[in-house]
Design a binder for this molecule. Sequence first.
Ligand code: NI
Ligand code: MN
Length: 227
Amino acid sequence: MVKVKWLGHSAFAISDGKYRLLVDPFITGNPKATVSAKDVTADFILLTHGHGDHLGDTMDIARRCNSLIIAPNELGHFVENKGLRAHRMHIGGSAKFDFGRVKLTPAFHGSAIIQGDQIIYTGMPCGFVISIGGKNIYHAGDTGLFGDMKLIGERSPLDLALLPIGDNFTMGPEDAAFAVDLLKPKIAMPMHYGTWPPIDASPEVFKSSVKWDADIVILAPGEEITL
Ligand code: NI
Ligand code: MN
């Protein structure tokens, strides 16, 4: 049994009962978060890119929990330079971990850390196919719609697809619904919406626009599903 809890925005806690994974743990500063970052633990932290609403509380959690950070190469170097442990990967590559396997998928977006008037390049953004407990979970990261999503679902039959629907910075609800039709997952769940006004998109529009016969699960922050 694999549990997937939405922490709000693009942050998820995934566990097979033994290993605890966090994806993009942006909690502090998220007005919709229902937990405090100090109460979150992780053996592994997966980062899709360096933007603040994804890197989030990674540094504090990783330092406290001695988490291994799985990230695109340049972002991995950034966290290593801060004294944290990283497993650096890149688009198309997969690697085995104690909990299962992770493959990096393309994402069409940017990736930099903005510190005052400095912009620190952190490489290509990515998505992940996370294989854990016999399930394949696709976390798209921040991305626009692209046709090769079809390949992602063909290469790794998906039990769950986590897709941004917020528009403005990523796919909007209708493009995300088309992504479901390409990916053909058993379950699809919207993310990266409702956090702030520029990404106030409707999960109901997303749900009603999907043609593929997937279960569309709309969670509130703090809720979880079991795969
Ligand atoms: Ni972003
Ligand atoms: Mn974002």
